[in-house]
Design a binder for this molecule. Structure first.
Ligand code: ARG
Ligand code: ZN
Length: 466
């Protein structure tokens, strides 16, 4: 949402005349108002913020595992999407020491998970500015409505598992924490020697001084805040370049190294397989972060470098890799559409299995359809989980994959894979929603698919016929 408005503005300011017009519009364009405390998502009303687009996050984190203290500076490049008297960022816990806007001290206040920043003068629409927040403290993860932990999750051995879907980014940096806003990132993490900090994208620099090592990472493609990580562990690391020139960086805790190796070794093959089906791999780096954190209970498709709570199974690696196309590059506009992430990643597992000696996708569909009406698969519609507590329930995953198989059976293989590839390329690095996917499917196939999507994506209970 915010970024959809901001992107044309950014294109406009490239020309001085239009930039002048834009600034003029801001100055004369009515009263400045406070930015909204949320992005307007009914599932997570406080996530994200209205009135701003974060172009870039520059995070400088200094973490001491023994004390669990984080001392940090966040330098956000922001554009105002309307004239603002104040704006919000999401931040949970931690102590804010100061906030500066373009070098000048700004007033701020905290309430709940909102950090409200009030500049000394209103910010005109279209204005681009730097917000520098200095903060510190022991980060505390949050719990999602479904009871799962989310954010900066400190482990018993002092390592840190950082996975923030859907709302955990606020536990470790001040953020516009809704997927409708995407930004590039520079993440620098300083840890005591012997520890390794792993984030998204490419490792630009690694330097040691006075017993500490700084790892400087750069994610140069737009990324939703929930996909950012800065995981810390006593990792074994491995770096290589694939045959197609993609740099891979794996970080694995020693206890999981033996079990993880044969699976992680398949990553180039998985990327090749999925690139053939979905179009070119969207990012300039790849890899994996493997912890020993079974209490977390899930993996996450952190951009370019998925994070696993244990040595992954191959199907999980296939799933998180597919999310690089579906979720990370093509990103949700609202959490209700989570099946666009999870149904697609689950279907990628079906495709992989079908090609590697497992059941066909039609057989997977039939096996799921055979589940009784009381099964969780039929408990709510894949396209309408109802609230934030159900987005990681069974329907968006398994029934979401069934929607895709149903689409494939209806339009045929040629159109089906054309739809998947067009979806990935038309929305690459951007946003999308379910209505857009339905429209694209109808457009490419030339078929009226309304009844099929109404039944399989939005219908309640088990459809009467497979
Ligand atoms: N998107 C993750 C996956 O690959 C699941 C994340 C679950 N997160 C959570 N807070 N429960 O399926
Ligand atoms: Zn997933």
């Amino acid at each position: 949402m915010a970024s959809k408005i901001a992107r044309p503005l950014l294109a406009l300011v490239a020309t001085p005349v239009l930039a002048a017009l834009l600034v003029g519009a801001g100055t004369h364009g009515g009263a400045a108002t406070p930015g909204a405390p949320g992005a307007g998502d009914p599932y997570f009303p406080d996530s994200g913020n209205g009135g701003i687009h974060v172009v870039h996050y520059g995070l400088d984190l200094d973490y001491t595992p023994t004390t669990k203290n984080l001392a940090a500076t966040a330098d956000l490049t922001v554009t105002a999407t309307r004239k603002l008297s104040s704006f919000n960022l999401d931040l949970s816990g931690l102590t804010v020491d100061s906030v500066r806007i373009d070098g000048r001290r700004a007033a701020f206040s905290r309430a709940g998970n909102e950090l409200t920043v009030t500049p000394s003068r209103a910010l005109d629409k279209g204005r681009r500015f730097h917000v520098v927040v200095t903060y510190s403290g022991v980060p505390a993860h949050v719990y999602d409505p479904d009871g799962s932990p989310d954010g900066w999750i400190i482990q018993p051995d002092d390592s840190v598992f950082v996975a923030s879907e859907p709302q955990g980014a606020m536990t470790w940096f001040p953020s516009n924490s809704h997927p409708s806003d995407k930004s590039t990132y520079d993440v620098e993490v300083t840890v005591p020697d012997g520890w390794t900090a792993v984030s998204n994208g490419r490792l630009r620099d690694r330097r040691s001084r006075g017993g500490k090592t700084t790892f400087a990472w750069r994610e140069s493609q737009p990324m939703a805040a929930y996909l950012a990580t800065a995981s810390i562990g006593r990792f074994q690391t491995e770096q290589y370049t694939t045959r197609s020139g993609l740099p891979v960086y794996n970080a694995v805790v020693p206890s999981q190294a033996a079990a993880a190796k044969p699976v992680l070794d398949q990553l180039p093959a998985v990327i090749e397989f999925e690139s053939r089906l979905f179009g070119r791999y969207p990012f300039d780096a790849a890899g994996s972060i493997v912890h020993d954190a079974p209490d977390v209970g899930y993996a996450l498709e952190t951009q370019t470098r998925p994070i696993y709570d244990r040595a992954p199974r191959l199907d999980t690696l296939v799933h998180e890799t597919a999310h690089q196309w579906f979720g990370d590059s093509v990103t949700l506009t609202k959490w209700q559409d989570i099946w666009l992430n999870e149904g697609f990643a689950t279907y990628a597992e079906w495709l992989w299995d079908a090609e590697h000696g497992g059941p066909s996708t039609a057989q997977r569909f039939a096996a799921d359809y055979a589940l009784p009406e009381t099964d969780a698969l039929w408990s709510f519609p894949a396209g309408d989980p109802g609230d934030g507590g159900h987005i990681f329930g069974k329907p968006p995953y398994a029934r979401g994959a069934m929607v895709l198989e149903k689409l494939r059976q209806t339009v045929g293989d040629r159109d089906f894979f054309a739809i998947l590839r067009a979806w990935a390329s038309e929305h690459r690095y951007g946003h999308a929603d379910s209505a857009g996917f339905i429209a694209l499917s109808k457009h490419i196939s030339g078929k009226n698919l309304d009844a099929m999507f109404a039944t399989w994506l939005y219908g309640s209970g088990k459809p009467a016929t497979p």
